[in-house]
Design a protein around this ligand. Structure first.
Ligand code: ARG
Length: 559
């Protein structure tokens, strides 16, 4: 339609221009454009005159049921439902919604990047959900996407693990509880180290240090522990990611980049971006970027830091993947750090767009009504516990029906993931079991149920045949207009890296659909009418399924 109007503009005014259409309130029309006002300046004419000429030409096409001018020159367009459906048919294909906006461009998306020392907690839920959705959105819009799990697998944890294991644990406990025992040992040892420090002693700290040195020197026992603990932790991470149905192409953590840190720091020194202090530590001053705190890239003892491994990571990605954009899916707590890191990269001459895709916390409501970051009596909420609980809830929800375990898992994940997209990702989300499973509100299961219901209607009507023509589609108009919006929604969500726009769209579509069922009895339709309706519902099913897929959510077979 945009192209059609552009052609008319070209014909009437001899100017080539792009015509943007917006969706006004349904009371005004199906689409609106401010093209007349835009042209007014360029043509030196009154916008209302331009709008009137366009109005006449548009009406003459016979495609619009009304063309109205509002205010200083807005044009509101209304189409017959049948033409809208023709439009939808004309644009329809099995990749409806996809585009080539990002063709030829490469993005690196980094998620969920958990830390190895402790079990996977809800702290890494949003990085995974948002990262996965962003990957799907970019792929849908033609980008080449490389995903990388930047594991927190470097530094002191190893020494703490071994020391703690030898003192506070046992083979039997490790055998039984795996990563949860390692996590417990880690926390207990950290606490013991803190107490020791307060007493002014260093025995435990020395032991931690000695294991790190042993590992560096290739000591066999140290290597064995390291391999064994890492394996336990990594298997756990993979298991949880499997349950979350997310994966990455690469898994290059801090430990992989730490040895490359020295070279990166040298590069900083050579290019005079960094300076060495008297105590041998190395810093990058960032006052020219408005930070009075410099970024520390090497400790006085020569050890690499978080920023050092991150710098080495940036250089590695530049050299090997040549990305146009690198997206870090990490919580808001690291906002300041990433601003500093990106400033340092700029100083070093890195041109690639580095983007911190941050999000708010997951909060819970306390009994007294106040909000705080989600936690459990034991501390952090473990991801596996959350998933188990969600599955139990999904089971309850479908208790009186015959729903497979596989479907229950899909519903559980649908509920958890969709809540991540309830609002702009920067806002803190309120996690509330009842509302994330609400079958009548903004929830994953609500959308999944809409899809399951459409699919059921389709199954019941596989034999319906018919042909195009005849039907006016008036009852379906809101749905058709909504379906036509889908490609633009995906494009925008991908451009702005805002998957919640897809979620909001799906919710609107599911609501349109429920209103439609209230007024239209599909099974009681005339044959020709029924066929037309079924054909449209196939498209609805496609868009619901695809939209959810972009958010990492599957449609159950039954629910
Ligand atoms: N492992 C880190 C954490 O859990 C997140 C890593 C983020 N990515 C990065 N390149 N620094 O806090």
């Amino acid at each position: 339609m945009n192209e059609k109007i552009a052609q008319i503009v070209q014909h009437l005014f001899s100017v080539a221009t792009e015509v943007k259409l917006t969706r006004p309130d349904a009371a005004f029309g199906d689409y609106a454009t401010n093209i007349a006002m835009q042209l007014a300046g360029r043509l030196g004419q009154n916008p209302r005159d331009i709008a009137q000429q366009l109005q006449a030409a548009l009406m003459a096409t016979g495609e619009f049921s009304s063309v109205e001018i509002a205010g200083p020159g807005f044009i509101n367009l209304r189409l017959a439902a049948k033409s809208l459906n023709d439009n939808l048919e004309a644009h329809w294909n099995d990749q409806f919604g996809d585009s080539q906006d990002g063709a030829g461009k490469t993005a690196v998306v980094e998620y969920p990047s958990p830390n190895m020392a402790k079990p996977y907690s809800v702290g890494h839920l949003r990085p995974g959900n948002q990262g996965w959705a962003v990957k799907k959105l970019l792929e849908a819009t033609g980008w080449r996407v490389i995903t990388d799990n930047h594991l927190g697998d470097y530094g002191a944890p190893f020494g703490i693990w071994v020391t703690g294991f030898l003192r506070f644990s046992s083979e039997a406990a490790l055998e039984r509880d795996g990563v949860y025992e390692l996590g417990r040992v880690y926390i207990q040892t950290k606490k013991a180290l803190k107490e020791e420090k307060e007493r002014g002693e260093t025995e435990l700290a020395d032991e931690v240090q000695s294991w790190l040195i042993k590992l560096e020197n290739g000591d066999q026992a140290a290597k064995d522990y390291s391999e064994r603990f890492n394996k336990i932790s990594l298997e756990h991470i993979h298991n949880v990611m499997g349950r979350l149905k997310i994966s990455t192409d690469y898994e290059m953590g801090e430990a992989f980049f730490a040895p490359r840190g020295k070279e990166a720091v040298q590069k900083l020194l050579d290019s005079k971006v960094a300076v060495q202090n008297d105590d041998n530590s190395i810093i990058v001053p960032l006052d020219d970027y408005g930070f009075d705190v410099p970024l520390l890239v090497q400790k006085s003892n020569g050890a690499a830091l978080y920023a050092t491994t991150d710098l080495a990571t940036i250089l590695y990605r530049e050299a090997n993947w040549h990305p146009d954009k690198v997206i870090y899916c990490v919580g808001a707590e690291q906002l300041f750090y990433f601003t500093q890191l990106f400033a340092m990269a700029k100083k070093l001459g890195i041109q690639t767009e580095l983007y911190h895709l941050w999000f708010g916390t997951i909060d819970q409501k306390n009994d007294d009504g106040t909000r705080e970051k989600m936690s459990s009596r034991k501390g952090v909420v473990l991801m596996e516990e959350l998933l188990d609980q969600a599955e139990a809830r999904a089971k309850q929800l479908t208790a009186d029906r015959d729903v497979s375990d596989d479907d229950i898992k899909k519903i559980a994940l649908g509920a958890i993931k969709f809540s991540d997209f309830a609002a702009d990702r920067r806002t803190n989300i309120l996690f509330d079991w009842d509302s994330i499973f609400a079958l009548s509100g903004f929830s994953g299961p609500y959308i999944q149920y809409a899809a399951v219901r459409v699919n059921k209607i389709l199954q019941d009507n596989v034999d319906v045949t018919g042909e195009a023509g005849g039907y006016d589609y008036e009852a379906e108009k809101p749905i058709i207009v909504r379906l036509l919006d889908f490609p633009a929604v995906v494009s925008l969500a991908a451009r702005d890296l805002e998957p919640h726009k897809v979620a909001a769209y799906l919710y609107d579509l599911a609501r349109d659909l429920n209103r439609y069922y209230e007024t239209t009895r599909i099974n009681e339709s005339e044959p020709a009418e029924k066929w037309a309706r079924i054909e449209l519902l196939k498209k609805v099913s496609f868009v619901l399924t695809r939209g959810l897929e972009l958010l990492g959510i599957e449609v159950p077979t039954r629910m």
